[in-house]
Design a protein around this ligand. Structure first.
Ligand SMILES: C[S@@+](CC[C@H](N)C(=O)[O-])C[C@H]1O[C@@H](n2cnc3c(N)ncnc32)[C@H](O)[C@@H]1O
Length: 367
C-alpha cells in the first residue's frame, strides 16, 4: 500500500458527503481551479465571516484547489515565508470588495501563493502585478494563469524590490482602459512577518496607490488602527500611518469624499485562524488604508528630519519630550517650542497628536 502524499496527511477533515454535494459547483473559469478541483469551500471553513457585498459569487477555488496545488508540488508551506494559505473564497472576495476592485484597475498583490486571491482579482477585471518571493510558488501561479494577459508575476522579495519602477510602466500601459487609472490599488494576504515593511514601503506611495487593503495579524491590525493618544500602544508607526493615510481634502475632492465616510485606517473584519492552511497560532484581520496624495501630507520642511524626530521622541518610553529630544535642542529650547504651540513643558510623546508633532517640528527647526 502506498502512503498518501506528504501534504494530504495534513488536510483538514472533509465535510460529510451530503452537505458537501449540496455545495458542489462547476468551475467558473479555466483558471478557477488549480488542479481541476471544482468544489466550493466546505462547511468547516465557509462562513467564518459573513459576505458583505456578494458582487461576485462564491468561487470553486481555495479549499481543495489550494491544498491540491501545494500537494502537486510536494511542498510543505514554509514558516519562514509566512506561508499560511487562504482556504475561504469568501474572504478573498471580501478583500477584493474592500478595495472596490473593478474592470481596468491595476492591482499589486504581494505573495500570491497558489493564486486564490489572484483569481478573484483577475475575475473582477483587474490587471495584477504579483510579487512572490518563493520561486516554486511564483512558477505555480505563472503556470496557473498562463492563459491570461492580465497578470505579471515577479519572483522577487517585496521588501527589497523597487515598487515604483515596477508599477509605473504597468499603470501607464493601461491608462486609456482603466477607471481611476491614475491610481493603482494593493490587495494582499501578506506574510505576517513583513507587515511593518509593507506598511512602511507602501503608505508613502500615495501618488501611485489610492488604497491599500491588507490581511494582517489581528494584533497588528488593532495596533495600527485603534491606537489613541495617551495609551502605551501609541507608537511612531501610528504617526506614520496618519501622516500618509486618512481622509484627504486635496485636489481629488469628489473621489475622496465618496470614500472617506469611515475612519482611516479602517479595521474591516476579523478572519479566524481556521481560514488558513496551515493554521497560524493567531487570528487575522483586514485593514484598509486610503492613501493621501503627496500634496495633502502635513506640511513639514523635511519628512526625513520629521520622522527622525518622532523616533527620538518615543525613544525612552514615558519620558518627557524635553528629555528625549535633548540631542536636537536644549531642554529650555524644547520647553519654549512646546510653549509656542500651546503645550505644557512637561508634555510626553504619547500626549501629542500628529498635528502637534508637525507644529513642534516646524517650530524647533526655526529655533
Ligand atoms: C500568507 S501567504 C498568502 C498566499 C496567498 N495570497 C493566499 O492568500 O493564500 C504569503 C505569501 O507571500 C509569499 N512571501 C513571503 N515573503 C515574501 C516576500 N518578502 N516578498 C514576496 N512574497 C513573499 C509567500 O511565499 C506566500 O506565498
Amino acid at each position: 500500500m502506498t502512503s498518501p502524499p506528504l501534504l494530504l496527511q495534513y488536510l483538514p477533515p472533509l465535510p460529510s458527503a451530503t452537505t458537501y454535494r449540496q455545495r458542489l459547483k462547476p468551475p467558473r473559469r479555466a483558471h478557477d481551479s488549480v488542479s481541476g478541483a471544482g468544489r466550493t469551500s466546505p462547511p468547516n471553513v465557509i462562513g467564518c465571516c459573513g459576505t458583505k457585498s456578494g458582487r461576485r459569487g462564491s468561487s470553486s477555488d481555495d479549499y481543495h484547489a489550494t491544498l491540491k496545488a501545494l500537494n502537486s508540488r510536494g511542498r510543505f508551506p514554509r514558516k519562514s515565508l509566512g506561508q499560511h494559505y487562504m482556504l475561504n473564497s469568501e474572504i478573498n472576495e471580501q478583500l477584493a470588495n474592500a478595495a472596490d476592485v473593478g474592470e481596468g484597475d491595476v492591482v499589486l498583490e504581494i505573495g500570491p501563493g497558489t493564486g486564490s486571491l489572484t483569481n478573484v482579482l483577475i475575475d473582477a477585471g483587474a490587471i495584477v502585478l504579483a510579487i512572490e518571493k518563493d520561486p516554486h510558488m511564483a512558477a505555480l501561479v505563472n503556470e496557473r494563469f498562463a492563459g491570461t494577459d492580465r497578470l505579471k508575476v515577479l519572483n522577487e522579495d517585496f521588501v527589497k524590490c523597487h515598487i515604483r519602477s515596477h508599477m509605473m510602466p504597468l499603470i501607464n500601459s493601461i491608462k486609456p482602459l482603466g477607471r481611476n487609472s491614475r491610481y493603482a490599488k494593493v490587495v494582499s494576504n501578506i506574510p505576517f512577518n513583513i507587515s511593518k515593511d509593507v506598511v512602511k514601503q507602501l503608505l508613502p506611495l500615495g501618488d501611485i496607490f489610492s488604497e491599500v487593503v491588507l490581511l494582517l495579524q489581528e494584533e497588528t491590525a488593532l495596533r495600527l488602527v485603534e491606537s489613541s493618544l495617551r495609551t502605551s500602544e501609541y507608537r511612531p508607526i501610528n504617526i506614520f500611518v496618519n501622516f500618509y493615510s486618512g481622509p484627504s481634502l486635496g485636489t481629488c475632492l469628489s473621489f475622496r469624499i465618496a470614500t472617506s465616510t469611515s475612519s482611516d485606517p479602517e479595521f474591516k473584519f476579523k478572519v479566524p485562524r481556521t481560514c488558513f492552511f496551515p493554521r497560524p497560532n493567531v487570528d487575522a484581520a483586514v485593514v484598509t488604508f486610503k492613501l493621501k496624495q503627496p500634496q495633502d501630507y502635513p506640511s513639514v520642511s523635511s519628512t526625513k528630519s520629521f520622522f527622525s524626530m518622532i523616533a527620538s521622541a518615543f525613544n525612552g518610553k514615558r519620558k518627557m519630550l524635553r528629555k528625549t529630544l535633548q540631542h536636537i535642542c536644549t531642554s529650555s529650547e524644547i520647553e519654549e517650542a512646546l510653549g509656542n504651540i500651546g503645550l505644557p513643558a512637561t508634555s510626553r510623546p504619547e500626549e501629542l497628536t500628529l498635528d502637534d508633532f508637525v507644529r513642534l517640528h516646524n517650530v524647533m527647526m526655526d529655533i
